[in-house]
Design a protein around this ligand. Structure first.
Ligand SMILES: *Cc1c(COP(=O)(O)O)cnc(C)c1O
Length: 464
């Protein structure tokens, strides 16, 4: 498969180069030149096959010839080997016609593991082939750092530095990052805020000689490989419920539009998903777009669902290209307007296409808590607040009562114990794999919010 940029002015690359590049040099996002397809008989076969096998079949369509199927298969098998459910992404019935897709059976109990476990191994594979070493530098407010760390731990070709604001992440969040006993992982607690951490990372990337000397990279959510890995569970969940004959609708809690776009890709590949519901909290740029035809940046509010507190949905640019009839010039015009004024407007034609394929709802904190409480009291199931956002939005926008609805459960409840306690008065115990988290040895450095000091720290250890 070859890849082009959404903005049309970057070199066409194969999968391995797209993986390492992340963002395209013209500022766009890489997308496959065409959508590979999955025939109905093959979709039907997924229901009886192991997750890793299906994942290999789907992803090989995107990675070949750069990463041939024979090289991909062991990578994917390793990536999902330690998930704590044999089905990897199991469905659980919530009510008549309603299902929860549990995407929290990986090492950090959030759905990000499903993509990052594969991406970390793919990075290592491609870097080893090229005899290259790279330095991952990232900032986290606590939520996503652990998935990145678990993805690259013990990889020979990568050294990683993850900055978090000292004292401003929860105990569980910090411990999930700082108890990983891998020599290539460096946690740095910055004496400052998350914004300070982000600014430090940005400044390190902004220093061209530092960036090139250390081969800095970010394993961020615009990387095509992450979207690719997320396509898989739309197929496996649909097959489990009867696809290709009966395909469920999906409701997806999303901020960056990565997960919802992956569902759209499954559609482009031949899965007849009847409805996709975009579920957001008060940070509702995508829902406002659906309602008004204007894509407009907003203030970011802190919520009970911090993983979707985002007001610029980077991955939307991939859908935008399609809505504009694959006209990269139109994407370029929109995005430069967005950079200049923080907004752009879509044509009626483009909006009609979008509304035909997506519904959306922004869910209030009260409704999120009420849903968590109601699910717990009706079924005994303790869900995380992001999952609740998906359920509320899916129920509000459901188009076809005869079509089952699948809600993506993007985190284990134990990841957000304060919200669980508030909603249900219950605590949310950690799953077995993390049960001894509070007894594990922590290891991290504390540094002042000082670029010079942080760079010196990184440089010394990246070289070692
Ligand atoms: C990252 C994350 C999401 C949103 O993912 P998108 O890439 O924005 O679709 C939803 N829920 C949880 C728990 C997450 O960590």
């Amino acid at each position: 498969m070859r890849y082009t940029s959404t903005r049309g002015q970057a070199p066409i690359l194969d999968f391995a180069d797209v993986l390492l590049a992340g963002l395209a040099p013209d500022g766009g996002l890489y997308v496959p030149e065409r959508w590979p397809t999955v025939a109905p008989a093959e979709i039907a076969s997924f229901v009886t096959r192991p997750y890793a096998e299906v994942a290999t079949d789907i992803m090989a369509r995107f990675t070949e010839p750069a990463v041939p199927r024979a090289e991909l298969a062991p990578i994917v098998a390793t990536a999902y080997r330690d998930f704590d459910h044999p089905a990897v992404a199991p469905l659980r019935q919530l009510d008549a016609g309603e299902w929860i897709l549990e995407l929290f059976h990986g090492p950090t109990i959030s759905f990000k593991d499903y993509a990052l476990q594969v991406v970390g191994l793919l990075f290592d594979h491609v870097l080893a082939q090229r005899s290259l070493h790279m330095t991952v530098v990232g900032a986290t407010s606590g939520d996503t750092g652990s998935a990145a760390i678990e993805a690259v731990r013990d990889r020979k070709s990568i050294t990683a530095f993850i900055l978090h604001p000292e004292g401003r992440v929860t105990d569980v969040q910090r411990r999930q990052m700082t108890t990983v006993p891998a020599a290539n992982i460096h946690n740095i607690a910055i004496q400052g805020t998350f914004d300070d951490c982000q600014a430090l990372v940005k400044q390190m990337f902004g220093d061209a000689s530092f960036r090139d000397r250390l081969r800095l990279t970010a394993v961020n959510s615009i990387n095509w490989a992450r979207v690719m890995a997320q396509v898989v569970y739309y197929f496996t969940a649909s097959a489990a419920l009867g696809a290709p004959h009966r395909v469920p609708a999906f409701a997806v809690p999303t901020g960056n539009f990565g997960d919802a776009f992956a569902g759209h890709v499954a559609r482009r590949m031949g899965l007849a998903v009847p409805q996709m519901v975009i579920a957001t909290n008060r940070n509702d740029i995508l829902v406002r777009l659906l309602n008004t035809g204007r894509y407009r940046k907003g203030a970011v509010y802190a919520s009970l669902t911090p993983s979707i507190d985002i007001q610029v949905s980077s991955n939307f640019e991939r859908l935008l290209l399609e809505l504009e009839g694959n006209d990269a010039t139109a994407v370029r015009r929109h995005m430069s307007g967005f950079d200049a004024s923080g907004e752009f407007r879509l044509s009626d034609t483009a909006m009609a296409k979008m509304r035909a394929q997506f519904d959306g709802a922004a869910v209030s904190e009260d409704d999120t808590l009420r849903c968590m409480r109601e699910v717990e009291s009706r079924s005994g199931l303790v869900i995380d607040p992001h999952t609740a956002v998906g359920i509320v939005a899916g129920r509000a926008r459901r188009r076809y009562l005869g079509v089952p609805m699948v809600y993506l459960s993007t985190a284990h409840a134990a990841k957000f114990p304060e919200a669980v306690e508030r909603a249900t008065r219950r605590d949310a115990p950690l799953p077995a794999r993390l049960a001894d988290l509070h007894a594990r040895q922590e290891r991290f450095a504390v540094l002042p919010n000082d670029l010079r000091r942080v760079k010196a720290y990184v440089e010394e250890r990246a070289a070692a």
